[in-house]
Design a protein around this ligand. Sequence first.
Ligand code: ATP
Ligand code: MG
Length: 395
Amino acid sequence: MDRVIMIKYGELTTKKGNRKFFVNTLYSNINKKLRGLDVDIHKDISRMYIEFSLDQLDEVLKRINNIFGIHEYVVAHKIETDVENIKSNVLKIMKSLSFKTFKIETKRSDKRFPIPSLEFSRQLGGLILKNIDGIKVDVHNPDILLNVEIRENYTYIYTNHYRGLGGYPNGTLGRGMLMLSGGIDSPVAGYLTLKRGVKLDCIYFEAIPHTSIEARNKVISLTKKLAKYTDSINLHIVPFTTIQEAIYREVEDDYCITIMRRMMYRITEIVARKNNCMIITNGESIGQVASQTLTSMSVINSVTNMPVIRPVACLDKLEIIDISKKIDTYDISILPFEDCCTVFVPKHPVINPVLDLCVEYEKRFDYQKMIEDAVNNINTMVIDDSVDKTFEDIL
Ligand code: ATP
Ligand code: MG
């Protein structure tokens, strides 16, 4: 009796015309993620099947659970479709389980099978009652629900249902540029963007020597965590020191953060376009800090026409923290290294900035030239999760 993971397409089935593309992308993503394991992956119109050797079950499940686009799956026994063969295997499986009540549900998608579903469930139930003592049928709330799916050639028998990560297969919705700081919010924003099928590039602004190599390493580690859900991620590290120093020399204190963020957005848009990204995504959350009031967002956002997606905009900090723990970024995010937003924080950042004033302040230095220089000196790293590199290896 072989074991097989059967993946149900779930939300993907609503994608009508695009369904084939979504399913094929999922298929290729699963192939990539299970590379190196002894598996056989195939698909039909409603299911994907992964056959594996039993000793690799844990590793296969671990990887499956990091793939977007899988909504529900079962781990089934796969046997040849034949009345007597199904009966003997069902009995064998039920004998190996401990339960007091049970129910059998048969689904006959191969109509050439001679016995209708309900009738076959009844026959299997009778067989089990006759051969196992002290049990009974409970159709409403059974200890064990045994599913028997009769398909062409093979029949699948299972008692479990697992929820997958959900979302859309990675790469089905184009590319986005994630503004990734070392904080808690932006990795969560990245995860949620990946969940919608968007492939990510990341951009990180650093202001060495005001920010440290440890701060950069944090961002590299966070990118690696996100790479678990995709194949690899390009991390673009932008030298931001000259711009940041100019801002703090030329601009009124209370507007420094606002102007700094306008510069980040400008650069992010340029790098996004260069890398075929159609959206910017970041970890801004309404009201969290002065630069995230609605007025601030509007004044900052006005430097770009590119759509800016803010997946955590409407979440409370505690909700964001919950997700960051789930995706294992929290412990990295709370490491105490300053990033370029935190080193120069003014005492009283403006809460309701005025656009005209921003434009005035920005005339005080040649930011366009500085942006050009910064973009020309970007350092891009390709980061994946395949090898567990240490910081030293990467740098
Ligand atoms: P986070 O916890 O994600 O760092 P935050 O609460 O610290 O967010 P801000 O520092 O105001 O908030 O930044 C808001 C968003 O701007 C971040 O979530 C991130 O997307 C982006 N951002 C901030 N600093 C940087 C940086 N140095 N490089 C790239 N993106 C940044
Ligand atoms: Mg931050």
